[in-house]
Design a protein around this ligand. Structure first.
Ligand code: SF4
Length: 317
């Protein structure tokens, strides 16, 4: 596990009267130094979300149009798990609700990548501290429909009040939704949005909602008020990892090998069952590195090694 001694999140820094911009993370479970970075990568450092530029690039959908997505291959596997069957009775299904990656992830750090528009074309850029590239951002660079849908979802919600977001989400939630994975792509982008999902979960106690998040300050603000059917996992690699230790939040760690998962004493989740299962919601677990990784990075070498050994790490098939 990470043992981090310096304040990393904006909350801590504000309390101490320090600079708003956090210091870079000093190390991680992968044994890397965040400062080593990747040579030859483009950094956006602080490219803001440019609504006009981004908006010109996607086909606008009406609010409510196709905002939820069918379960991807990995999440479909979850449907076989015995502990979640109660939520899938009466032919209910699993969906996801996704936002544009990186732009909606205020606390992402080592995973941070996002698609920007350059000369009218989508282009993926990595963050200053990126050590493993965001899988969903890679999808958005490649797949126009995926990019459009996630951008539209973000645009539909990002400047709304909590009540407005609750109304939008509730109105468009499929009737046959039994389980919803929040954010195959994206994260809780502000407090209002986080609270909107808590309210949605509270109003739908017969449905299960689960999410990985690096937006830990929003979670921490609502500790004690998380509905039983909202299962959260703190995802290492964000700017507030320190809160995981401080508050003993349930966590997931991206690892580069099965050996590393074993060293850490963590089971590897292949089907989101660790992330979603209400019965094991306090149990930490590992996720195997997956998706295209920056050339020359340790993560890229790890995926090559996993492929060479024939070990499972991709969820696309
Ligand atoms: S928080 Fe998730 S969606 Fe956002 S950049 Fe990191 S991996 Fe991608």
């Amino acid at each position: 596990m990470n043992i981090v001694s310096k304040p990393l999140c904006r909350l801590d820094l504000r309390r101490q009267g320090g600079p708003r911009r956090p210091k870079p993370f000093a190390g991680n479970d992968l044994g890397q130094n965040a400062q080593s970075g990747h040579t030859g990568l483009e950094y956006f450092n602080a490219i803001p979300y440019n609504r006009k530029l981004q908006a010109e690039s996607w086909k606008k959908l009406k609010i409510g149009e196709n905002m939820f997505s069918n379960a991807n291959v990995k999440i479909q596997e979850l449907a076989k798990h015995p502990d979640v069957q109660t939520f899938l009775e009466n032919r209910r299904k699993i969906y996801s609700f996704d936002l544009i990656s990186g732009h909606s992830c205020p606390f992402a750090d080592k995973c941070l990548s996002k698609v920007i528009i350059v000369d009218g074309r989508r282009k993926i850029v990595d963050g200053r501290n990126t050590e493993y590239r965001c899988f969903s951002a890679s999808q958005e660079a490649l797949l126009t429909n995926v990019y459009n849908k996630r951008s539209n979802n973000f645009e539909a919600l990002r400047q709304k009040t909590t009540d407005e977001m609750v109304t939008i989400i509730s109105d468009i939630m499929p009737n046959n939704l039994g389980i919803c994975r929040l954010h195959v792509a994206g994260d809780f982008f502000n407090r209002k949005y986080f609270r909107a999902w808590l309210q949605v979960a509270e109003s739908n106690p017969d449905r299960l909602f689960y999410a990985y998040t690096k937006s830990l300050p929003y979670w921490v603000d609502s500790l004690g008020n998380i509905p039983d059917n909202m299962i959260l996992t703190a995802s290492y690699g964000g700017r507030c990892d320190r809160l995981i230790h401080q508050l003993n939040l349930r966590s997931a760690t991206v690892v580069l090998s099965y050996e590393r998962a074993e060293e850490l004493g963590l089971e590897v989740d292949h089907d989101d069952s660790h992330a979603a299962n209400p019965l094991t919601k306090h149990q930490d677990f590992a996720l195997m590195i997956h998706g295209p990784q920056p050339a020359g990075s340790e993560a890229s070498a790890a995926t090559s090694e996993l492929r060479r050994k024939g070990e499972k790490f991709s969820y696309s098939k």
